[in-house]
Design a protein around this ligand. Structure first.
Ligand SMILES: [Zn+2]
Length: 281
């Protein structure tokens, strides 16, 4: 029987992503501050639809907005690791990456009472040691890579990337990859960003983005008997009025297509049960 899973996930960055890009003045900080308005809106919508989701939260955001984070936990949503700061692992020194992973985990344990099983890197850029570190610390899944659209897979370690000859791919590890895509992320579509390195125009019409997002799910239902499609939203991005209506319409459109709404942890465990690591294909 066909089963198509939709994971609506939220990266609760607040201002940490802007601060990591050097945007520390009052207006960009207030832009992230809008999350305190937006998270309750998102939680209310999810409650109305009876959907549990996954929130990825940097440690500094847990410390900045403890009460908002407690609301997320009280509503029964999963909390995943999203770094200590929002600096991507590929930009960190190895010792700092490990220290931040440990520190962020401790903060999530304080918040939820249990270790996170899922990790999503800030700005989706893993270092060569990220997957080994996640294995070392017992994570079940990772969600920052783009090697498929609707099929999870096992993350590799030890790839050697050459410029001028064939890539050398390392072996698959037990770590489950729940792939994402910039096209299924609200940020690049909607957020206007002006940096010394260039301008992201954002401010797309939400109906057009909705059409893309629904069609990716529709395509999965036509081509696969089982699959997971992961959407990534940021509360301060999706929390604006016209985008909240888009999110509501997305939930309706997915429900019409018999979507099963799961947290990423639930989705990872379902995949693990269907395709245990090391079993013959
Ligand atoms: Zn983020």
């Amino acid at each position: 029987m066909a089963r198509h899973i939709a994971c609506i996930t939220f990266d609760f960055d607040a201002m940490s992503g802007l601060v990591a890009r050097g945007l520390t003045s009052a207006t960009p900080v207030s832009r992230g501050e809008f999350c305190a308005v937006a998270v309750p809106r998102v939680l209310a919508l999810m409650e109305r639809y009876g959907i549990k989701t996954s929130f990825f939260i940097p440690g500094v955001v847990i410390d900045t907005y403890p009460q908002v984070c407690e609301q997320i936990v009280a509503a029964g949503h999963e909390v995943g690791h999203h770094g200590w700061t929002h600096v991507p692992p590929a930009s960190l020194k190895p010792e700092q990456e490990e220290a931040d992973l440990v520190r962020g985990t401790e903060r999530i344990v304080q918040l939820t009472g249990k270790k996170p099983v899922g990790y999503r890197s800030p700005s989706w850029d893993l270092s060569p040691i990220t997957v080994p570190l996640l294995l070392k610390y017992g994570f079940l899944y990772e969600s920052s890579m783009m090697g498929h659209d609707h099929s999870p897979y096992r993350a590799r370690t030890g790839d050697i990337i050459h410029q001028d000859r064939a890539m050398e791919f390392g072996p698959a590890s037990p770590l489950i990859e729940l792939p994402i895509s910039w096209s299924l992320d609200d940020f690049p579509h909607f957020e206007y960003l002006r940096l010394p390195t260039g301008v992201t125009p954002g401010n797309m019409n939400a109906s057009g983005v909705l059409e893309n997002w629904v069609d990716d799910f529709e395509y999965m239902t036509r081509t696969e008997a089982w699959g997971i499609l992961t959407y990534t939203c940021h509360p301060y991005v999706i929390g604006r009025g016209h985008r909240m209506l888009m999110l509501e319409r997305l939930l309706d459109a997915l429900a019409e297509r018999d979507a099963v709404f799961l947290t990423l942890e639930e989705a990872a465990r379902e995949y693990d049960g269907r395709e245990p690591f090391g079993a013959a294909p």
